[in-house]
Design a protein around this ligand. Sequence first.
Ligand SMILES: NC(=O)c1ccc[n+]([C@@H]2O[C@H](COP(=O)([O-])OP(=O)(O)OC[C@H]3O[C@@H](n4cnc5c(N)ncnc54)[C@H](OP(=O)(O)O)[C@@H]3O)[C@@H](O)[C@H]2O)c1
Length: 346
Amino acid sequence: MSDPVRVAVVGGGYGSKVALPVYAELEEFQPVAAWSRRPERARELAEQAGLELGTADLDELLRFPGLEAVHIATPVVTHREFAGAVVDRGLHLLCEKPLADDLAAAREISTASRRAGVVAAVNYGRRFEETRRRLLQRGREVLGSPRLASVSLVFADHADPRSRPWTWVHDATLGGGRLQGYGVHDLDLLLELFPDVEAVAAATEVTVAQRIADDGELRPVSAEDTFAILLRFRGGGLGVVSFVATARHDRGDVVEIHGAEGTVRLDADGRLSWGRSGEELQVEGPLSSSPQEAFKHVARRFWASIREGAAPDPSLDEALRVQALFDAVRTADVERRWVRPERVAG
Ligand SMILES: NC(=O)c1ccc[n+]([C@@H]2O[C@H](COP(=O)([O-])OP(=O)(O)OC[C@H]3O[C@@H](n4cnc5c(N)ncnc54)[C@H](OP(=O)(O)O)[C@@H]3O)[C@@H](O)[C@H]2O)c1
């Protein structure tokens, strides 16, 4: 492998736990710089990963000599400004999901990246986890048109105000909430199989209203920890996407899709079942749901887009498709009615 891409990571959460270690492992990349909001944390990130620069100054990072690409992994409301600054400097962009906090902001990022002529991709990496990748493969083989598609996630990590500290994820004004955290991945998964959603209904709840902050004080939670989404596919069939972070008993992900021709089911232990009408279900697994392995696919494809002109995967058009649905879900929740998602190219 020749010619690694010199990449910087902006954000010390997912950015330091998944993105940086994967870039360091892959020969396609040379990680050179990291950004955190706090200078001391930025220096720590750089030291730990052996990078040339750790900074809290985004401009300094973007001016780093020889830098070619930037991975943005910061709160959702910051994506438009940060991603805009990246592409305006002619640097390639890998942005965390969701691309932005609404469709208009996501379109701005997409337009700016096209204008700059850079490669731009978005990390809807969960669909490349082995569990979900195989589910999509088998689903395409056996399902046919949708009858009922259900994705249900159950976690207990937010069940008490002290079980997880308050961060931007608990603040709706910073683009927090579990819809941005998990729901968009699950909408992306269903769109991969059934891209034509006619309308959505949705409800969100904050079921644990306060959370302990780093200073020991309880702070109010304004972003949902629980949601239920109902989708109506054009031409027939329903989808149900539900999530709770405050359950008393953890379970994980269960995906079950009934099509006109067959069935696929992913159990919480990573076992996949599938079959056509009239057949016994076949079973494989348990399969891996490693986020690192999933991100390797996204990162390698990002490299191939930069060096070989491959199409980014996931692309910004796919990000806009999810974003249109995400906007419709938000409107449906607030206005308590069925909403048709805006049609977007791609
Ligand atoms: N693809 C995936 O599977 C996946 C998984 C997890 C997260 N994500 C995405 O990654 C992005 C970041 O999420 P995360 O969980 O990594 O977040 P995080 O750990 O809470 O924070 C990430 C970075 O943002 C900084 N930050 C926190 N609050 C900020 C604010 N108000 N203004 C500016 N910067 C702020 C943090 O600063 P400090 O360094 O000072 O703490 C940190 O460097 C989101 O878009 C999220 O959806 C994606």
